[in-house]
Design a protein around this ligand. Structure first.
Ligand SMILES: [Mg+2]
Length: 224
């Protein structure tokens, strides 16, 4: 507890940004995620997220399995549906220069586009499963993350909307928070010695008191 916290690692989808994955897959295939999961070969998306196959191989597997798909429609919907979760930009801005703000995302090569178009300079370093060759909650993901950061577990905070990913971080001794909304995250950060203000003041007026939009998708597929 006395080790100084140096970095905070954020999951991206449904923690920093809205996740249009289900809608994008539906746009590409005409199938719901449930239907698609029944027909798609297991392990395809995880292999893509680990960088074991490239995008051409990813889409070719759909065709090989008899699932018609339109990658351009997927990307149009994915790009249109990606945006900041309420309250997170001002929080990241407040952490600027105080902690290394890094991503710790299960995401394929598209992470670079997401970083360029959405995350910008609000993140100091972009790290994803694509770089590490491992996915949360595999221990290798967190080991790889710590190695890249050159920090011990006690110097890193981890935030993710999925319980299994939070549990995976904790198993390695990383303090971890299951993301619900920015205001709750601020409370947790203060409890862990990060001196942030108590309310997401910037977004209070903008959101009109509406709840954050991060949790409106519910469980996706166990893949993210
Ligand atoms: Mg997530």
């Amino acid at each position: 507890m006395s080790t100084t916290v140096r970095a905070i690692a954020f999951d991206v989808m449904d923690t920093l940004l809205t996740d249009p994955f289900r809608d994008a897959l539906r746009a590409a295939t005409g199938l719901t995620l449930t239907e698609l999961s029944r027909r798609r070969r297991p392990g395809l998306w995880p292999a893509f997220e680990r960088g074991e196959i490239d995008e051409d191989e990813f889409w070719a597997a759909f065709t090989a399995d008899g699932i018609p798909c339109d990658p351009a429609a997927f990307h149009r919907t994915r790009r249109a549906g990606t945006g900041w979760i309420t309250g997170m930009p001002p929080l990241l801005d407040e952490l600027d220069g105080r902690l290394r703000r890094v991503t710790a995302s299960n995401y394929p090569v598209w992470i670079h586009e997401v970083a360029d178009e959405h995350l910008g300079d609000r993140l100091d370093e972009v790290i994803a499963s694509y770089h590490l060759g491992a996915r949360k909650p595999e221990p290798a993901f967190y080991h790889g993350l710590l190695e890249r950061l050159e920090l011990p577990p006690a110097a890193v905070l981890f935030v993710d909307d999925r319980a299994e990913n939070v549990d995976g971080a904790r198993e390695l001794g990383i303090s971890a928070h299951r993301f619900v909304d920015a205001a709750t995250l601020r409370v947790w950060l203060r409890e862990h010695g990060v001196d942030v203000v108590g309310e997401p003041v910037v977004d209070v007026e903008l959101s009109g008191g509406d709840p954050p939009q991060c949790d409106d998708l519910g469980p996706v597929s166990g893949e993210r």
